[in-house]
Write a protein that binds this ligand. Sequence first.
Ligand code: P6P
Length: 325
Amino acid sequence: MRLITLDEFIAINQEKHPEATGELSGLLRDIGLASKIVNRDLSKAGLVDAILGDAEKTNVQGEEVKKLDEFANNILIKCLKNSGECCGIASEEEDSFVAFENRKNAKYVVLFDPLDGSSNIDVIAPVGTIFSVFERISPKGELCTLEDFLQPGYKQAAAGYVIYGSSTMLVYTTGEGVNGFTLEPSIGEYCLSHPNITTPEMAKTYSMNQGNFNSFSDKVKSFVAYCQDGTTKKAFSLRYIGSMVADFHRDLLKGGIYLYPSTSDAPKGKLRLMYECNPMAFLQEQANGKATDGKQRILDIIPTELHQRTPVYIGSSKLVDMLSE
Ligand code: P6P
């Protein structure tokens, strides 16, 4: 079968929409470019101590910032500022949103976690970039506003992630299914490798930091007991990499559930709504799975703050149903 590159795939899909102006296509290409640059430097992170190691600072989350977090953040901002289709960004690594003075007529805003799971870099475990795209609601010709970013997840125009692991893969949706593209380093192109990804409605894998067990609700504790029960069925496998992108990617392809409930340390949950849970929830629903906060669809949550957190249960529909009211 002939290789189909990401650019070709985007162009083919744009042709299906005569009304499309090509702006979203251009934006996706620019995100793909930024990820190739991040990928290049990740692969030598262990050697270039100028990049590896701590940036001697903490971010708005109070988390230690690795130099590669900062590097990935700056690359994404630079590529999106040059994109022409993006009027502003919000990032896990930025206290507030960044409006692009030179892009007041651009149509989209992008929110991203530039390097999710970056604490894994030092141990060469997978990390990822997560992105979420909304059409702006403020008038073109002006600077974007906070309201452009604080939109509910069901309004996303596109969402996706890049996983930097044993290979590098970009997975995205624009609301017409989920497709995965593996980076072919010899030609520097993402090539279609996982067309129309769908998540099995059931699978015997769960993914969570079980070290927080004592602070879970009774509902979560009984779910864990169900997973571990091997008397009446085969017990589930617990798989937890400590990088949401990697755990999510496995479950998206093979089925399973990733859960990060409220804990005593994170009473509102640990994962961020706008640039972790919303994009992953869009992808998961497009792949026939589900994503809730235990009470409602993640995509229905009305955001109030850029960095707000939420409990998250995401993956195979039958497993998410077991944890949702
Ligand atoms: P814990 C990484 O910091 C992250 O946001 C997710 O990628 C990951 O799944 C989770 O936090 C890990 O959190 O508390 O288990 O270390």
